[in-house]
Structure formats: C-alpha cells, structure tokens
Ligand binder design. Structure first.
Ligand code: NAI
Ligand code: F6P
Length: 386
C-alpha cells in the first residue's frame, strides 16, 4: 500500500505519517518546506520522541518526500492507494487544485483501483469540506468518476504534538505525547476498509469528532486564552493554576452535558475522559505554548468550532454555560501581534464594540442575553479586573 501525506509537520511526522509507516505502508510526504523535503529524501528516516512516564525514541523508516508545489504530486495521486493531510484547515483550499489534477491523471491512466482521501485536521467533517474545495476546481465531467472510485473519509485526530526544538538541531525530530486516537468513518471508504494498527473505523464518527473537538479542544483553547490573560505562557503552567483549571474543567463539563444529551454518552465515562485530558494538558515532558494552542482565534470563535458550538448546544438543551462564557470572553480578549487573526479580532472589536463584534463572529443574535453577559466579562478582563 502507498500513501501520499500532505504536511510533514508535527502531526504529519509525529502521528499520521508515523502510524502509517509503522504499519508497513510506503509513505511519501508532500510539503512546501524544501529543507524538510530534502532532509527526508537524504535520510529516509527520522526520530520520534514519545514522552510520558516512560520516554522512548522510535525511528520511522522507509519514507521519502516531494515538494507539494511540484507536478510530482499529480503523478503520485495517480498511483497511490491513500491520500492523507495534516496541513491546517486554511491550507486545504490551497492544495485542492493539485489533488484535482492528480485525480484527472488517475482517470486518464484508467486507474480504477480504490483511492481514499482522509483529512486529519481539527475540523468537523474536514474531508467532506476538502472534497467541496476539490470539486469546486475539478471539471464537472470527472465528478461521477471520482464519486465512483474515490472515497472521501472524515476522521477525528487526537494527539498533542507541539513544535519542539531538537537538542541536536535535527529538523526532522519530533516529540509527541503517548496518547493517540485516529478515528475514521468506515461508511465512506471505497473498497474494503484497510486494517491499520492505530486507525479505528467507526460508523458513528460525528459522536467521536464532537467528543474530541468539544472537550479536548474546548478545554485546551480556554486554558490557552486564560493562561494568556494571567500572563502564563505554557499550557502546563496555565492548567496548574487553580483559577484556570476550575474554569477549563467547568467548560468541558458544560460542553460535556451537551454531548451527553446529544449522543447519550455515559456520564461517568465522560467525566473520566475529561480528567484524562486535564492530565494530558499537565504533561511535564511537553513544552506547549499558549500561543500555539490559542492560534487563529477567529477560527476558534467561529460558530461551528470549539467555543461557540458548545455554547449554542447549551441553548439547545437549556443548560448552564457560565464557564464557556468566561472562556469565550478570554478568547475575545486575546491579543498577539504575531497572530494575524488576533490582530484582526482586535480590529473588529475596536471598530464595532464588543457586543456587535461577538454577535458578528459567533452569528449569535445581538439581542440574545449571552452577548451582554460575555461582553461584561470581556470588559472586566480589559480592565484586568476579572
Ligand atoms: N499539533 C497537534 O497537536 C495537532 C494538530 N492537529 C491538526 O493537524 C493539522 C496540522 O497541524 P500541525 O501538524 O500542528 O501543524 P504544522 O504547522 O506543524 O504542520 C503543517 C505542515 O503543513 C505544511 N504545509 C503548509 N502549506 C502546505 C502546502 N500547501 N502543501 C503541503 N504542505 C503544506 C507546513 O510546511 C507544515 O510542515 C492542523 O489541522 C491541526 O489542527 C490535530 C491534532 C493535534
Ligand atoms: O490545531 P488548532 O486547531 O489550531 O488547535 C490547537 C489544538 O490542536 C491540538 O494541538 C491537537 O488537537 C490541540 O492540542 C489543540 O487544542
């Protein structure tokens, strides 16, 4: 089996590429970072530090790489069995055209073997969204053929992999936590579902996607934004701060009540899931900056993402949302001159005022009482009086 994986970054090298290579699959990375591409082709292997109570270094072998802006990508897509991505949601539209050209090349070479495409991004049904970008640039005459032979498989991906500086200066070295979870929608595959150790098929993907995104990512983002508010630069320091921990845990529990109502999750197991997440945030072997976890606050405040979507869920089931409101106010209060979206967020608030800005970003009606409640907390935070 052969895979083309877009994005030789933290998740690409540290999770998805590793898992596939460990399963004996031939992995080719496609990336825009030529230094990484060259190094992968020079060595065909790289080290992964798996850190937790027992630390090990595992070497991923047999890999190579191509530049994702070269025509090599088109040739590869014509031949491989699987395409995966871990590039970031904002990059998916940018690689759609290369993938569309690859699918045309596959059609022209009459390759009717099943191809499956899996986007491994922090998104709800990210592969389905990727398919829309691909179909927007793929001429209509190929749509039926692609629908017949190409599976667009949604997934949920969970492993904390912050950027880490190698002691030896190795640009390929990556450091990951022990925990990992990759869940794929078995109903969307073309051909038989491949058996790959570490890739778990399910027929109930939405429950897993929402459980991960609206628990781990909700708590993580709130920890990052409150950490920033209190002047703490790492997730570990932030989650060890009792004020932040209470709110992050409370927000995960509020979001959890929505999930329990929606998916009938077992309450005791869900609380245990939250506790496990809190220990993962505390991992003393990972250095994870609040700026990484809080990156792109406009995306994180959008209606279908980890902050506002759980809040909307509390309206649906008439549940309490005090901690989510604090977390959202902290996100609105996030300022970082190195983050384009944080700059844009500050600009929107300066021009429109907090009430209108939050209403516009979240799409919540301006008259909804939650707008005023969040704005009040935001104002206190602005005055450093929260
Ligand atoms: N790092 C983490 O702990 C986790 C990240 N994720 C998700 O995985 C995705 C990737 O995140 P990271 O690996 O952390 O980011 P990263 O920034 O470490 O890696 C992204 C890679 O994509 C490459 N890239 C950018 N433009 C490209 C293009 N046009 N073609 C090919 N490659 C391109 C970059 O050069 C980089 O190597 C994101 O959607 C993130 O939300 C999900 C779970 C955990
Ligand atoms: O990658 P994003 O969506 O910007 O968000 C950062 C999040 O990604 C992760 O790194 C992995 O899920 C989380 O640790 C964190 O909540």
């Amino acid at each position: 089996m052969q895979v083309l994986h877009f994005g030789a970054g933290n998740i690409g090298r540290g999770f998805i590429g590793k898992l596939l290579a460990d399963a004996g699959i031939k992995v080719t990375f496609a990336d825009v970072n030529q230094a990484i591409v060259d190094e992968l082709n020079a060595r065909h292997q790289y080290p992964v530090n798996v850190v937790g109570e027992c630390a090990t270094t595992e070497v991923v072998i047999g890999v190579d790489a191509i530049n994702s802006q070269s025509d090599d990508v088109i040739d590869k897509i014509a031949k491989v069995d699987l395409v995966t991505t871990a590039v970031g949601p904002q990059i998916l539209p940018r690689i759609a055209s290369a993938v569309a050209k690859g699918l045309i090349a596959r059609f022209e070479s009459n390759n009717t073997l099943p191809l499956n495409i899996i986007a491994c991004e922090n998104m709800v049904r990210g592969t389905s969204q990727f398919k829309e970008h691909i179909f927007a640039v793929l001429p209509a005459q190929y749509h039926d053929w692609v629908n017949q032979y190409v599976g667009f498989v949604d997934s949920a991906v969970d492993r904390i992999v912050p950027p880490a500086t190698s002691k030896t200066g190795d640009i390929l070295e990556v450091t990951v936590e022990t925990f990992s979870e990759w869940i794929v929608d078995e109903t969307q595959f073309k051909g038989s579902v491949p058996i790959i150790s570490g890739m778990e098929p399910t027929d109930n993907l939405m429950a897993f996607v929402e459980r991960k995104l609206f628990t781990l990512n909700t708590g993580h983002a709130i920890t990052a934004y409150l950490g920033h508010y209190y002047g703490l630069t790492t997730i570990r320091d932030a989650i060890l701060d009792e004020r932040i921990r209470l709110i992050a845990r409370g927000a995960m529990e509020e979001s959890g009540q929505v999930l329990i109502n929606r998916y009938n999750f077992d309450e005791v197991k869900h609380i245990a899931y939250i506790e496990k997440i809190l220990t993962r945030f505390e991992n003393p072997y990972l250095h994870d900056d609040t700026a990484r976890v809080g990156r792109q606050p406009l995306r994180k405040l959008s209606p279908s993402d980890r902050l506002v979507k759980p809040l909307l869920g509390t309206f649906e089931y008439q549940l309490c949302s005090n901690n989510l409101q604090i977390g959202i106010a902290a996100a609105l209060n996030y300022r970082n001159h190195d983050d384009e979206q944080a700059i844009e967020l500050a600009d929107i608030i300066a021009k429109q005022g907090i009430d209108k800005a939050f209403s516009q970003i979240s799409t919540i009606e301006i008259n909804n009482p939650v707008i005023a409640k969040v704005a009040k907390i935001y104002d206190l935070m602005q005055k450093k009086d929260f």
